[in-house]
Design a protein around this ligand. Structure first.
Ligand SMILES: [Zn+2]
Ligand SMILES: [Zn+2]
Ligand SMILES: [Zn+2]
Length: 97
C-alpha cells in the first residue's frame, strides 16, 4: 500500500488538446468523464466511457500519468504503478479558468 510513483516528479504542466476526447470528437461519439495525459496534454475518455481512449492512449504511447479533467478534481492515476494520486503535486489546474 506504500508504493510510490517515480513518474510524478517528471511531469510538467501541459496544455490540454481540447475540451473533449480527441478521438470521440472525431468519431462523433460520446464519453462519460475526461482524463488528461500529464505527459503530452492528450485529452481522452475514462474507463467508464465505452471507448476508453485515455487508457488506449497509455497503451499506445506509454505515457504513465493521467489527471482527472473534470472541474474541481485534482486526482491522478499512474498506469504503470497502478497508483491513485490524491492530488497531483504540480500546478496543472490553470486550464479550468
Ligand atoms: Zn508511476
Ligand atoms: Zn474517447
Ligand atoms: Zn500522452
Amino acid at each position: 500500500m506504500n508504493q510510490t510513483c517515480s513518474h510524478i516528479k517528471n511531469i510538467q504542466p501541459v496544455t490540454p488538446s481540447g475540451n473533449g476526447c480527441e478521438e470521440c470528437l472525431k468519431m462523433g461519439d460520446h464519453w462519460v468523464h475526461l482524463r488528461l495525459c500529464e505527459t503530452c496534454g492528450h485529452v481522452g475518455c475514462c474507463d467508464n466511457s465505452k471507448n476508453k481512449h485515455a487508457t488506449k492512449h497509455y497503451h499506445q504511447t506509454g505515457h504513465p500519468i493521467i489527471k482527472s479533467f473534470e472541474p474541481g478534481e485534482d486526482w491522478g492515476w499512474c498506469y504503470e504503478d497502478e497508483i491513485y494520486i490524491e492530488e497531483l503535486p504540480v500546478n496543472v489546474g490553470d486550464y479550468h479558468h
